[in-house]
Design a binder for this molecule. Sequence first.
Ligand SMILES: Nc1ncnc2c1ncn2[C@@H]1O[C@H](COP(=O)(O)OP(=O)(O)OP(=O)(O)O)[C@@H](O)[C@H]1O
Ligand SMILES: Nc1ncnc2c1ncn2[C@@H]1O[C@H](COP(=O)(O)OP(=O)(O)OP(=O)(O)O)[C@@H](O)[C@H]1O
Lengths: 219, 219
Amino acid sequence: MRQIAIIGLGNFGYYLGRELYSKGFDVIGLDVQQEVVQKVKNEISEAVVADSTDKDTLMALGIGQVDLAVVAIGTNMLASIITTFHLKEMGIKRVIAKALSEAHGQILSRIGANEILFPERDLAHSLARRIQNPNMLEYLPSIQDYGIFELIHPRKLSGKALRELDLTNQYGIQVIAIRSGAEKELTFIPRADYIVKENDVMILLGSNQAMDHLLKDTT
Amino acid sequence: MRQIAIIGLGNFGYYLGRELYSKGFDVIGLDVQQEVVQKVKNEISEAVVADSTDKDTLMALGIGQVDLAVVAIGTNMLASIITTFHLKEMGIKRVIAKALSEAHGQILSRIGANEILFPERDLAHSLARRIQNPNMLEYLPSIQDYGIFELIHPRKLSGKALRELDLTNQYGIQVIAIRSGAEKELTFIPRADYIVKENDVMILLGSNQAMDHLLKDTT
Ligand SMILES: Nc1ncnc2c1ncn2[C@@H]1O[C@H](COP(=O)(O)OP(=O)(O)OP(=O)(O)O)[C@@H](O)[C@H]1O
Ligand SMILES: Nc1ncnc2c1ncn2[C@@H]1O[C@H](COP(=O)(O)OP(=O)(O)OP(=O)(O)O)[C@@H](O)[C@H]1O
């Protein structure tokens, strides 16, 4: 997956475009405002002044060819909805859209957005928890190379207890939670005697390298 | 800490106010826009139409008495700066402010904001990582009762290896990282033979209840 379109270059779109470009992606950014496009012109592959609600414009710019599109239009809910609609109609496989409200988010899902983002709601939730619990860090100290990963269908690990698998010492990976059963019920911090099932979804903390290592040994 | 003021009731301020109120805090919200204040009136303790850049108004509303103030003013950078300045001048112990840019954030710190939030930048960073690493979840599946906590000066745990402390099975707590040494260097997923030092800062994952339990036994 190499080519990404970002529609709307407000704060969120701006930071996202720059970061993806620095990670080696081919990033094309669109915005209606000239000055906004100017600001980001040298920091991504291409930045164009355009109204994303106009399907012909999107086609002419070759937006239909991207692997992923992010609709980062904020306050103009209608533009965000129409743009998302066009992008899915054009056959773009994955479209991520920012929503201003629950209703907006549901509408975007209904017209095909593959993932909805709620930046303000999520930060409000995370801050509220930290205000209630002053010792709490709501984030993983964000280290470039570490993250939380999902491992689906851990067939080669199934039937064994976590104690036996000893992922922490073997791979430098911690099992922080497991989703299991038909209900996909989440168990945090499973105990050492927990036996992994084939249909479990394991939620793991580790470096990219450790995850690759584990995936190589188990798939 | 019981009384919280939220200045600016856009999406972020709105969601934050409602959530803090539902957690039992006394929440007063201010915004210049009548319709915005109307929308949240029944969901927090008090919502007032006011211009937060006017210090007399803030004083008259008793804002100087709150334990925490959150400046959730978005696009109007000057109003956000002036408001933050007044709040610190009025002696409010903790002021958290949302910033639109790095420069804005630095200015807010300079005038006394205790914590700066960068919602769009942080979400852009987290999404960029997930786009690069499709198996990665950038968040802890956010369960009401679980969180990541910092444990400072773990005196009663020091001198022992993690294997021996066995926090996972004893308390349902995982040590996901440790900051140690003068450099406060971060080690992720310490191994079972890691020996805890008195000056370490332990970064722990667990439920509130488990953390209380551990704190009771170790302090
Ligand atoms: N139809 C459209 N086509 C292209 N760009 C658009 C369109 N409508 C709005 N935009 C752009 O989307 C960008 C982001 O929108 P806006 O600033 O309203 O949202 P925001 O939520 O405040 O953004 P952020 O939080 O990311 O700063 C703006 O720069 C705006 O010009
Ligand atoms: N001087 C002021 N006093 C009180 N409220 C203010 C002042 N200036 C702006 N506000 C309010 O702050 C709120 C949030 O600001 P704005 O909508 O510009 O930011 P935003 O970043 O788009 O918000 P959000 O992302 O939280 O939706 C608005 O409802 C606005 O009326």
